[in-house]
Write a protein that binds this ligand. Structure first.
Ligand code: SF4
Length: 363
């Protein structure tokens, strides 16, 4: 019998935040467990070789998340009628001038759009893409502006038919400055007998049952192919468990959690569904598995962060996804050269787009 870990989870206090309490993200945990050396050097220390390669999957995914957030804002403003909430949070999420530009584009031929104003919504989607800093890379024929526009139009169509009625959380209908459930940053500390663990994440959308007031997480994903294996990965993935567990810090303890997974394929293929959504479930047993895994990984991180070249090498990961790991040059160099190579690597100052958004304290 495995003894359950007793825990409480509370939002990170201002004191812990200001002191810079170390935190983990689900991508950090995944990276360290893929290969500890990769995870410590790339995700924890943020060190990179200056290759000039762009991370097209991340960039395209981030832009499609902007499109998804834009559609969810339409739910708040057009479907539910809280225009002040929509514009206030549109300004926070996109930056005030970009949101004003996007909205002006959407409404230039249709001043007061309704839920039937598909043309206005298409203009909004195109404008979000046009005002992003995404551009084509000759080395990537799948994640192109044209393919992202196609993907976004499919998402819009699907959203209008299937997703737009899902009620998004609004903390206070009378106060548009209060949080709403779109791109909500999660930053909380688990306190257990094993010690404390600060985790951050970003909930793409929070839906709220209007009768029971129960909250459900909505996670948006992009993928090159949404086959059965892709779907089944979400039955166990810790990221989903983590976000649900963190939500308890804001909405109270829950025994069971339902998450709505929404997926888009880039590029859109004629032989498979371009968008789909489905439900995945979690319970407190999954949270226990999460905590065991995260505390195990946290110990690895704490032990090896100051001696990254002593970190174990999981060489079965060197060619994951049939591509060479970007640290291969470091790991294959002579030991005496590795220290200098590590020293010369640049530190990625900026956190990933989702990590930056997650660090915004909006609750
Ligand atoms: S090259 Fe292999 S051993 Fe080195 S960090 Fe990458 S996955 Fe790990």
């Amino acid at each position: 019998m495995i003894k359950p870990l007793q825990y409480i989870v509370t939002p990170t206090t201002d004191e812990d935040f200001n002191k810079g309490m170390p935190y983990v993200t689900s991508s950090m945990i995944e990276a360290v467990n893929t290969c500890p050396r990769w995870g410590i050097v790339h995700n924890v220390l943020g060190k990179r070789f200056t290759t000039g390669y762009r991370q097209m999957a991340l960039e395209a995914g981030s832009l499609m998340h902007d499109v998804f957030a834009g559609l969810n804002l339409l739910h708040i403003g057009i479907y539910r009628g809280f225009m002040d909430h929509m514009h206030f949070h549109g300004g926070l999420l996109f930056g005030k001038s970009r949101w004003e530009f996007v909205w002006a584009d959407a409404t230039k031929k249709d001043i007061n759009p309704t839920m039937d104003s598909k043309n206005a919504f298409e203009r909004l989607v195109f404008s979000i893409i046009a005002t992003s800093d995404f551009y084509d890379d000759p080395n990537d024929r799948n994640r192109t502006v044209a393919n992202i526009e196609h993907c976004a139009l499919e998402l819009l169509q699907y959203w209008m038919m299937c997703l737009s009625p899902f009620p998004i959380y609004i903390e206070d209908e009378k106060d548009h400055t209060k949080p709403i459930g779109i791109e909500m940053s999660l930053d909380a500390v688990f306190k257990t007998d094993n010690g404390r663990l600060r985790c951050i994440g970003l909930a793409d959308v929070l839906y709220q049952n209007q009768e029971t007031k129960a909250i459900s997480l909505g996670e948006y994903k992009t993928a090159s192919s949404m086959n059965d294996a892709w779907r089944m990965a979400f039955d166990t993935r810790h990221q989903i468990t983590l976000y649900n567990a963190l939500l308890q810090a804001y909405f109270g303890k829950q025994e069971e959690f339902n998450t709505i997974l929404i997926g888009s394929a880039i590029p859109v293929r004629s032989t498979s569904a371009p968008v789909q959504h489905f439900t995945v479930s979690r319970d407190q047993e999954n949270v226990q598995e999460l905590l065991r895994t995260f505390f195990f990984t946290k110990e690895l991180i704490e032990y090896y962060t100051h001696q990254p070249l002593a970190t174990p090498m999981f060489t079965h990961s060197c060619n994951r996804y049939f591509r060479p790991c970007s640290l291969l040059d470091l790991c294959t160099a002579a030991k005496e050269d590795q220290f200098q190579m590590l020293e010369n690597m640049v530190i990625e100052e900026a956190a990933s787009p989702s990590e930056q958004k997650a660090m915004i304290r909006n609750m």
